[in-house]
Design a protein around this ligand. Structure first.
Ligand SMILES: [Mn+2]
Length: 398
């Protein structure tokens, strides 16, 4: 069978919402054409409580997949929940959809509507003729719970099938930023293929001697160095045990560094203009450019911030430009030592919030029986502050 592996559509992502929809649409359409089944490794939505218009976008996207005459069909579902379709479109919720325990998440809604099969903490087996592909999956959980959750779930490969394990987690070997991240060795053994979401650039690795694939996001989100590559998804051929990456058209993204040490404001402005003009020259559509200024500010460039912002706006017809001063040294910004920089740039805002929360608790010798991460989920849920605090207090005192 040909299995499409997609991830991180981030539908509803405000900054590039049209891109998020269009690029997810192209990925889903191409995947339906080229594959017998698909697995979406989380973060279909960008937010936990998507607005009705964003849910409508998702329904429209998955309706297209529903129109295909799928020859492969879901034959078995083994898990605690329920699925409402036998169409071989399998998904799990990711970090962005994660809700407090027992609360329905947005991917769960698509499952209820029968637009996909939520495979969280379950095993879903797809059959085409005499061939079987079995997918065991862990829906996104907070990082420090991942290895424990896999152990608890104890996923088992199915005899006579091609076995895939799917999840949505950070992996320490790929992002060595926190001891909370699970290790490759925590992945269950005996599977033929491991697929993951969460990381927004393409990864082709290995786990327990088998392929470990991350397709990356279908839309630009974090404006990081590694997002300059092409966007798309994998199609894995279970018979040949080989795969290809299918590209989708996506907005061009360029990240440039300019060293401003010893340069005056005129010179800096001129250099930025040249870079932007060069970068947008042969682009179809408006590219996204992030220009990172490096080096040391001097007396004449000390307070260049507002000018740079005005400058970035000036290009708005030809490119979406972001000028970063975070790496400058001098009195405007002083980041000579900023150990957290790398950390912040490589984590989602939510994960970063969680790590700050855990750090604060450590300093206070937190010793209650309630996992701090579930308290964090409650406090950061979309509810009003009063309600969230009330629920967290109830949980703590129960
Ligand atoms: Mn994501």
């Amino acid at each position: 069978m040909r299995v499409a592996i997609l991830s991180d559509f981030h539908i509803g992502y405000e900054r590039f919402s049209a891109d998020a929809f269009r690029q997810a649409e192209e990925a889903l359409r191409k995947a339906s054409e080229r594959a017998d089944m698909m697995i979406i490794c989380g973060d279909i939505f960008d937010m936990r409580a998507p607005k009705p218009e964003v849910i409508a976008q998702a329904l429209n996207l998955f309706r297209n997949a529903k129109e295909k005459e799928w020859e492969a069909r879901i034959e078995a579902y083994e898990g605690k929940g329920r699925i409402y379709t036998d169409m071989p479109v399998i998904a799990i919720p990711g970090t962005h959809e994660r809700t407090a325990k027992n609360a329905e998440n947005a991917v769960g809604l698509l499952n209820l509507a029968g637009f996909l099969a939520d495979a969280s903490e379950s095993r879903v087996t797809v059959r085409k003729g005499s061939e079987r592909v079995s997918v065991s999956a862990l829906g996104g959980v907070s990082e420090e719970r991942a290895s424990g959750a896999i152990k608890e779930m104890d996923p088992q490969p199915l005899d006579g099938a091609f076995n895939i394990f799917a999840m949505h987690q950070s992996v320490y070997e790929l992002l060595p930023f926190s001891d909370d991240f699970m290790r490759m060795e925590s992945l269950p053994k005996g599977f033929d293929l491991y697929v993951n979401g969460h990381i927004h650039s393409k990864v082709e690795g290995e786990a327990h001697g088998k392929p470990f694939l991350i397709p990356g996001s279908t839309v630009l989100t974090q404006l990081k160095e590694n997002e300059q590559g092409s966007k798309g998804f994998f199609v894995f051929d279970t018979e040949r045990r080989s795969y290809e990456f299918v590209e989708i058209s996506s907005r061009k993204f360029l990240l440039e560094h300019i060293d401003i040490t010893g340069k005056g404001r005129e010179e800096i402005m001129k250099e930025i203009t040249e870079r932007v003009e060069h970068g947008s020259a042969d682009a179809t559509g408006k590219p996204v450019m992030r220009i990172v200024l490096e080096g040391r500010l001097n007396d004449s460039t000390n307070h260049i911030g507002t000018e740079l912002q005005a400058m970035a706006k000036k290009f708005s017809n030809s490119a979406s430009v972001e000028i970063s001063r975070d790496r400058l040294k001098g009195s405007d910004r002083d980041n000579d030592t900023d150990p957290e920089r790398g950390l912040i740039e490589n984590m989602s805002i939510k994960d970063f919030g969680m790590s700050l929360f855990l750090e604060k608790l450590k300093g206070k010798n937190y010793g209650l029986a309630v996992p701090p991460t579930s308290i964090f989920e409650m406090l950061s849920s979309g509810q009003s502050k009063e309600k969230a605090v009330k629920r967290a207090m109830e949980e703590l005192l129960s």
